[in-house]
Design a protein around this ligand. Sequence first.
Ligand code: ADP
Length: 159
Amino acid sequence: MRTVVYPGSFDPLTNGHLDVIARAARLFDRVIVAVAQNGEKQPLFTPEERCTLVRGATRRLRNVETRIFDGLLVDYVRGCDAQAVIRGLRAVSDFEFEFQMALMNRKLDERVETIFMMPKDTYTFLSSRLVKEIARLGGDVRDFVPGNVRVALRKRLKE
Ligand code: ADP
């Protein structure tokens, strides 16, 4: 059984994340989307809400599970009996941070591999931060996030 963990804040899930999840689901027997409890300082959605949004958007992908995670990533990965971590790479600007983190995780536990996946080219400019900014300013995010996320954004920003 090949299991991979895809960690992140997912505040909220975008089509770029979803593209990476779908690609990973074709390569691995089991994909665990791990929603970080302490990712962002002031998240728009709670970890539970972020989980629910990922679950809603990945319902059709049978080998994808979503869980909240806390603590050290390498410990979590071993605890899930996973062999690897997936991270998305959008542009060169992602590289430095991701490279540093992958090597640090290897230092902490050399059995855990990090695999980088590139999303479809049309999603390389997408980030949760930009999506939130556009939504806050009243812009249309329909091309950037799944339907359930669009509805949740509209609701949260009206509250
Ligand atoms: P962070 O972990 O920095 O909070 P996110 O939760 O937004 O970042 O994203 C989790 C992972 O998904 C990271 O590896 C990030 O590079 C990747 N990612 C984010 N947006 C996209 C996108 N549009 N296409 C591909 N990968 C992405």
